[in-house]
Design a protein around this ligand. Structure first.
Ligand code: SF4
Length: 194
């Protein structure tokens, strides 16, 4: 008898003769259909993504359903069983990926707390980027070292450091390194759990 793999079993049962085959194996299909109608992912659209938290790069499946106004809401995110990286599993951090999109505590616009203030204020991305650019320039101007104590040319910025995110692609890492080295940074780090 030829070996039956998971894929060939699903293919055979899905191809018309499946219902009869499953019934013959003792599955109560009417009851199963009734139960699955109440699954929260019943009728949901399936989209594939990658966990953003670390460089392991586990595959995710996100299930979304349409709201009455046409927008979509996420109803479930779980590990992708077809991924050779995680085979459907997620670590505790990845298993909470849904909260990235749905948590009421999610911060979705820049918050700024002025020096000496005890409160955060919402500002625009444009205002925040201007602030960051100005601070980078001020810090670089104030801490740039052209020559060291021995008279050697070093051209380095000692007042800033850079930490890359572990979900960086190779290209993002390359770009960030080029930019930071261009500013004269010496202290570059990478938060990778591999
Ligand atoms: S190990 Fe955890 S944090 Fe890293 S990619 Fe996989 S699920 Fe995400």
């Amino acid at each position: 008898m030829p070996a039956v793999t998971r894929r060939s079993f699903l293919k055979a049962t899905a191809a018309g003769g499946g219902a009869a085959g499953l019934s013959a194996l003792g599955f109560d299909l009417a009851q199963a259909a009734q139960v699955t109608q109440h699954f929260k992912i019943s009728g949901a659209q399936e989209s594939h993504s990658v966990c953003p938290y670390c460089a392991v790069g586990c595959s995710l499946v996100a299930y979304t359903q349409q709201n009455s106004d046409g927008s979509r809401r996420i109803v479930q995110i779980e590990g992708n069983p077809d991924s050779p990286v995680n085979e459907g599993r997620l670590c505790p951090k990845g298993a909470t990926a849904m909260q990235l999109a749905t948590s009421a505590r999610r911060v979705d616009s820049p918050l700024y707390r002025a020096a000496g203030s005890d409160r955060w204020q919402q500002i625009s991305w444009s205002q925040m980027l201007d602030k960051l650019a100005q601070r980078i320039k001020d810090t670089r101007d104030a801490t740039f070292v052209a020559t060291d104590a021995g008279g050697n040319t070093v051209n380095r910025t000692e007042g800033m450091a850079f930490a890359g995110g572990a979900a960086f692609s190779s290209e993002e890492g390359y770009l960030a390194t080029k930019l930071m080295r261009g500013l004269g940074l010496v202290h570059l780090e990478q938060q990778a759990r591999v």
